[in-house]
Design a protein around this ligand. Structure first.
Ligand code: FES
Length: 73
């Protein structure tokens, strides 16, 4: 397994953008075919779940930010 960190970006008003070497499986353990970068539906409206198909555009409002944590030096 790669040591490179997988990143998941929470897009404003849209999908989760997954970047990196990751395996996406269903509840039975079957593997979805994915690319190195892909988007997962966060709005629940996609007809291609678990992937985003763009249906969220103009129909989903959610802008979230992580709290900034100040680290001790
Ligand atoms: S987030 Fe894109 S269709 Fe749901």
């Amino acid at each position: 397994m790669s040591n490179e960190k997988v990143q998941i970006k929470v897009n404003d008003n849209g999908s989760y953008r997954v970047m990196g070497d990751v395996e996406l499986i269903d509840a039975d353990g079957n593997v979805f075919e994915t690319k190195k970068v892909f988007s997962l539906c966060r709005c629940g409206l996609s007809s291609r779940k678990p992937f985003c198909d763009g249906t969220h555009k103009g129909q989903f409002d959610s802008c979230v930010r992580a709290e900034k944590v100040l680290k001790d030096e």
